[in-house]
Design a protein around this ligand. Structure first.
Ligand code: ATP
Ligand code: MG
Length: 171
């Protein structure tokens, strides 16, 4: 039975941990799908994976969301979140070994997706599919559903000293 993993908390390392797992699975010949919410522009990790020809037949990369950070949720945010969930539904009908839902916890926390709907979709997956949900403020119901939960806890972050996100480190 496929497991459900959650990487949450306010410290750095959630998305990179999920991509690390994706690389591990790809190295073992597994089929991997990565659906990113709130990230329309590809980050370094997406650029790296999409350049590896050998992975193409068993790697699906999709991203949803608008460019700016969400301050107040807009109609477009809801639309993008809905489009993303529709894609997740489709992916779960196929036999992926690992599906990463990057930043979906944040989307749920913003109220852009209904928690019940998300859980129904996760539970609809094929029996062997493992799922990873990343993002801060994971919903209690997601934590209850999960087999594994890791909290990245911030002890220090350069951001606190006013240092901006760096290309190749943060994105
Ligand atoms: P990464 O993508 O590096 O693994 P993450 O997924 O844990 O980090 P998110 O919570 O998704 O981090 O945050 C998005 C961005 O904010 C990333 O560029 C990340 O490096 C940065 N970040 C992570 N933790 C903090 C923090 N405590 N304060 C400020 N920025 C942070
Ligand atoms: Mg992240």
């Amino acid at each position: 039975m496929g497991q459900i993993h959650v990487y949450t908390g306010d410290g750095k390392g959630k998305t990179t941990a999920a991509f690390g797992l994706a690389v591990r699975a790809l190295g073992r010949g597994k089929r991997v799908a990565i659906i990113q919410f709130l990230k329309p522009k590809p980050s370094g990790e997406v650029l790296a994976l999409s350049q590896i020809e050998k992975f193409k037949p068993r790697l699906c990369l999709k991203s949803f969301g608008k460019n700016e950070l969400i301050k107040k949720t807009s109609e477009e945010d809801f639309k993008e979140a809905g489009r993303g969930l529709k894609e997740v539904k489709k992916i779960f009908k196929s036999n992926f070994d690992l599906v990463i839902l990057d930043e979906i916890n944040v989307v749920i926390a913003f109220g852009l997706l209904d928690i019940k709907k998300v859980i129904t979709v996760i539970e609809s997956r094929l029996i062997g599919t493992n799922v990873v949900l990343t993002g801060r403020r994971a919903h209690l119901k997601i934590l209850e559903l999960a087999d594994l939960v890791t909290e990245m806890r911030k002890i220090k972050h350069p951001f606190d000293r006013g240092i901006k996100a760096k290309k190749g480190i943060e994105y």
